[in-house]
Design a protein around this ligand. Structure first.
Ligand code: OMP
Length: 273
């Protein structure tokens, strides 16, 4: 999916919501356990319930890999089921020496070589340019680089001062020499809303993937008012607060209500642009 297509979807749906498919087999409603693929049955119900309000879906690969080969099948079925107008993110947080990264890229981007067909993958920047560029060799596919993450440990390295800057700022500046805003996004945690204006100064056009609203307590309002651009420019993820809004038979209805509430708020911030 291109930058302009993603931007158009945001204004069409009046939403920059990304639903995180962090599907924990231990948290599935009991009535789904008799299904042949309970994880997929759950994801299908969540996608059906939220697709009116979401422009992106982000399966977190750990939840699938931890299930062994069955998990990989659930992931493939889920990816196939996501509506084609929605942007898909493999949240895998990969990155290694070049030849290994190219195999990771194939895993998520190349169905002709037994891989999946995601639009994007999350990548860790720690190993530098040659660990990231193999993911950029696929036309129409995106790298979403971890810049300033939502967790407390982000202070250990990402917020360390380096000269006049903090390390995450160097990551954002340097990565822009590897790819344009048409192929590169940055992860910025919603819990880091105080620095989103600073990030917009050094990355005015890049999409930011913003996890950390809902269960992690980040503020949608603060991130939106500082991070939205004329193209949209944000994908705000919520996983647990949508998926597990209810553990009973009404889980899909409750997920829909959570997603709709976020979309209604997002429409308001888009109207302020
Ligand atoms: O790359 C991510 O998506 C990510 C980066 C980050 O800084 N913080 C973060 O929470 N995430 C992911 O975003 C999702 C957040 O889930 P909830 O806290 O349940 O909404 C999880 O899949 C995390 O792995």
């Amino acid at each position: 999916m291109t930058y302009n297509e993603l931007s158009s979807q945001i204004f069409l749906k009046q939403s920059y919501l990304c639903v995180g498919l962090d599907t924990d087999p231990l948290k599935l409603p009991r009535h789904l356990l008799t299904e042949s693929d309970p994880v997929f049955a759950f994801n299908r119900a969540i996608i059906d319930a939220t697709a009116d309000f979401a422009v992106a879906y982000k399966p977190n690969i750990a939840f699938y890999e931890a299930q062994g080969p069955r998990g990989w099948e659930s992931l493939q079925r889920t990816l196939d089921y996501i509506p084609s107008e929605c942007f898909t993110i493999a949240d895998a947080k990969r990155g290694d020496i070049g030849n290994t990264s190219s195999l990771y890229a194939r895993t998520f981007f190349d169905p002709s070589a037994a891989g999946l067909d995601f639009d994007s993958v999350t990548v860790a920047p720690y190993m530098g340019h040659d660990s990231v560029t193999p993911f950029l060799q696929y036309d129409g596919k995106w790298v979403i680089l971890l810049a300033l993450t939502s967790n407390v440990g982000s202070a250990d390295f990402q917020r360390q001062p380096v000269g006049e800057q903090e390390l995450f700022e160097i990551v954002i500046e340097k990565a822009q020499t590897w790819a344009s805003h048409e192929q590169l996004m940055f992860v910025v945690g919603a819990t880091q809303a105080d620095v989103v204006s600073r990030i917009r100064e050094i990355a005015p056009d890049h999409f930011l993937l913003v996890p950390g609203v809902g269960a992690q307590g980040g503020s949608l309002a603060e991130v939106s008012r500082r991070g939205l651009t004329k193209a949209g420019g944000l994908l705000v993820n919520a996983s647990r607060s949508i998926l597990y809004a209810s553990s009973a038979d009404d889980f899909a209805d409750r997920a829909r209500a959570e997603a709709q509430a976020l979309q209604v708020e997002m429409a308001q911030y888009l109207a302020e642009l």
